[in-house]
Design a protein around this ligand. Structure first.
Ligand SMILES: C[S@@+](CC[C@H](N)C(=O)[O-])C[C@H]1O[C@@H](n2cnc3c(N)ncnc32)[C@H](O)[C@@H]1O
Length: 274
């Protein structure tokens, strides 16, 4: 099932408009391979009839296409160093500066929830030694299907094998059939909602820390700037932005100050506006 040049251009425009994900020419193969399952599920004979239905304004199919074009790769405690810095450096500093006594963390582009739940496990260890403090983690993602998976908190053996240590598995999961279901003690710290990082972030509280990892890579320069400006509106001055290993605010947003904390790099919101 190949995709014609006009259909590729149409899908590229749709995905860009809805998610800001930039599918450069050359990504035709990726689009074809991802859309085949959407076409099958929709009962379309081939990609061209799928795209005709999308062009005709089938809203549900349009969302399915955008969803299928997101890359949801994630794992528990991914790249580990930011999580070490979170416990050893960020939490102690936030605890001394927090006025609300509630640690608020946003996992932006949270995929199926592993990042948010990894943070929740760390907070669950931290809270008993800090009486009077509470914590909540908000996970958001543009893809409805990954948000539903995060809310279900049910993971396969393959998924729990990626980054969880045996004691963490035993402490926080119940085995149900061949899957592992996260216990309420971790889940209750987290809530998940669908949201587009390029649009105004309605309903998010002010955050102490934003994990925005491995998401900016899908955007062009102007969109990266717009997303960072958006993130700033909900990150309190003095709060921390954590990006993916290959990402930086350099040349994108001068309001952030780069800090090296052990083997992790984080960006502090200096409180400026530009
Ligand atoms: C590669 S995953 C990263 C998951 C996690 N942050 C990590 O590092 O393990 C990127 C996520 O960003 C989401 N995403 C892409 N564009 C988005 C947008 N415009 N708004 C919100 N989420 C978006 C995708 O759906 C995907 O789940």
């Amino acid at each position: 099932m190949g995709i014609s040049a006009p259909d590729f251009a149409y899908v590229r425009g749709l995905v860009r408009q809805r998610s800001a994900i930039d599918l450069q020419p050359g990504k035709e193969y990726l689009v074809e391979s991802r859309l085949i399952s959407v076409a099958r599920a929709a009962g379309a004979d081939d990609l061209s009839s799928l795209v005709s239905r999308i062009r005709a304004g089938d809203e549900r199919l349009q969302e399915a296409v955008v969803d299928a074009m997101t890359t949801n790769e994630t794992s528990w405690f991914r790249d580990v160093h930011p999580f070490d810095a979170f416990t050893s450096q960020l939490l102690p500093e936030i605890a001394t500066t927090s006025q609300s006594k509630e640690i608020v963390v946003w996992s932006a582009g949270c995929s199926t929830g592993q990042e948010a739940y990894s943070l929740a496990m760390l907070l669950l260890d931290w809270l008993p030694a800090h009486p009077g403090f509470g914590a909540r983690i908000i996970g958001t993602d543009i893809s409805r299907s990954v948000i539903e998976r995060a809310q279900r908190a049910r993971y396969s053996q393959l998924e729990v094998n990626r980054g969880l240590r045996a004691p963490q598995l035993v402490a926080h999961f119940d085995q149900v059939g061949r899957d592992w279901v996260l216990r309420e003690q971790v889940r209750r710290l987290c809530r998940f909602q669908q949201g587009n990082l390029v649009e105004p972030l309605l309903g998010l509280p002010m955050c102490d820390v934003v994990f925005l990892r491995n998401v900016l890579i899908y955007f062009d320069l102007d969109t990266k700037r717009a997303v960072l400006a958006n993130v700033r509106t909900v990150l309190r001055p003095g709060g921390f932005l954590v990006l993916g290993g290959a990402e930086s605010t350099l040349n994108l947003d001068a309001v952030f100050e780069r800090l090296e904390l052990g083997r992790a790099v984080v960006f502090r919101h200096t409180g400026g506006t530009r």
